[in-house]
Design a binder for this molecule. Structure first.
Ligand code: KG4
Ligand code: ZN
Length: 336
């Protein structure tokens, strides 16, 4: 079974060919980061325009690299939600057009389900059910992965996502967009106990996240230091931010695992590339005797391989779309 996966939900145009669910034959990513850097964040209209320019070349290269032609495909999977609407519409329209012209099934993929599926590519033994914590630029979720295509969200962010918190703190510290990786690098030589940062308490749901208080506290701290003419040690602040976010993610995930009876845990999403988050969760799971899975770094951020992989499982479960498929800027995993 050969599935083409197409991803265009944010600032990466990506495509991949996946064979028999987990074997990635090609993966092409065209990133727009350099262009958005000038503005300190993703400019939605620019993102849509770049997807429009790049998508044909990216998909053609994915087919060529895998030595596969359109008629040989079993289906065409595409991210249809959630994400920037104009960006998603480029991928959805393109996927529809080639599915129609080649007479192939069209397979809708939820972006977060795609992030979770990145783990299947890296861990051939991983099978549902398990608990997955997904932390990206736009989402922070704790998800019960009941089956390959069945999900139950038990915790979500009430405000900012973990990646957004990393990026906004990084911006206030003068790092370029996207700042998460710069905080990670600078944290390597910092003292994580140097700054006391708030650990949010979310009233009403012990599994929900809240990162805006942490972000505001970091921004205020930087402004106050500037006003007083003091310099803040960036490495120490980075290490303190990273440790706080890693601790919050680890604590909530372990609490959810205990409450719902899971001993198999996975991590996914762009923030799963963070060294502090990876090691904190790995260590906590090892101490509890839980199995722990995380994607290799190259599959943490947005990519086509994760969409092709999840698309393969959707296809096997009979999840296909007709020509009326539309993009959705927001769509809970509970609704798919
Ligand atoms: O999953 P992703 O590529 O896009 C969304 O679906 O949102 O996640 C991007 C997010 C950004 O906020 C980026 O700063 C963050 O992942 N990120 C990191 C690291 N690498 C990427 N955050 C912290 N440490 C990293 N090493
Ligand atoms: Zn993503």
């Amino acid at each position: 079974m050969l599935i083409l996966g197409i991803e265009s939900s944010c600032d990466e145009t990506a495509a991949s060919i996946c064979e028999d669910c987990r074997n990635i034959k090609s993966s092409v990513i065209s990133t727009q980061i350099e262009e958005h850097k000038k503005y300190g964040g993703v400019v939605p209209e620019i993102a849509s325009r770049r997807h429009c320019e790049n998508i044909l070349g990216v998909v053609q290269k994915a087919l060529d690299d895998a030595n596969v032609t359109l008629p040989e495909l079993d289906g065409i999977a595409v991210t249809y939600a959630p994400g920037l609407i104009g960006a998603l519409l480029v991928g959805v329209s393109f996927a529809k057009a080639i599915a129609f012209s080649a007479g192939k099934p069209l397979i809708p993929v939820h972006h977060i389900a795609g992030h979770i599926a990145a783990n299947y590519i890296c861990h051939k033994d991983l099978e549902p059910p398990y608990l997955c914590v997904v932390a990206s630029g736009a989402h922070s979720h704790i998800v019960e992965v009941l089956d390959y295509t069945k999900f139950h969200v038990i915790g979500r962010t009430r405000d900012d996502a973990a990646g957004e918190c990393f990026d906004k703190c990084a911006r206030a510290m003068g790092f370029p967009y996207p700042g998460g990786i710069h905080i990670d690098e600078s944290a390597q030589t910092g003292d994580c106990t140097a700054f006391r940062l708030p650990h949010p308490v979310v009233a009403g749901s012990e599994f929900d996240f809240s990162f805006s208080g942490l972000k505001t506290s970091v921004i205020n701290m930087i402004h106050h230091a500037e006003q007083k003419g003091e310099t803040i040690n960036k490495n120490d602040l980075s290490a303190s931010i990273q440790k706080t976010i890693a601790d919050i993610i680890t604590e909530k995930t372990l609490l959810a695992a205990e409450s719902y009876g899971y001993r198999k845990i996975a991590l996914a999403g762009g923030v799963s590339a963070n060294t502090g988050v990876r090691s904190a969760l790995a260590k906590a799971c090892a101490e509890k005797g839980y199995e722990f899975y995380m994607p290799e770094i190259s599959l943490c951020g947005d990519n086509g391989a994760m969409i092709a992989c999840q698309g393969s499982y959707n296809f096997l479960a009979g999840i296909t779309a007709d020509e009326s498929l539309n993009a959705r800027a927001t769509l809970s995993m509970d609704e798919i």
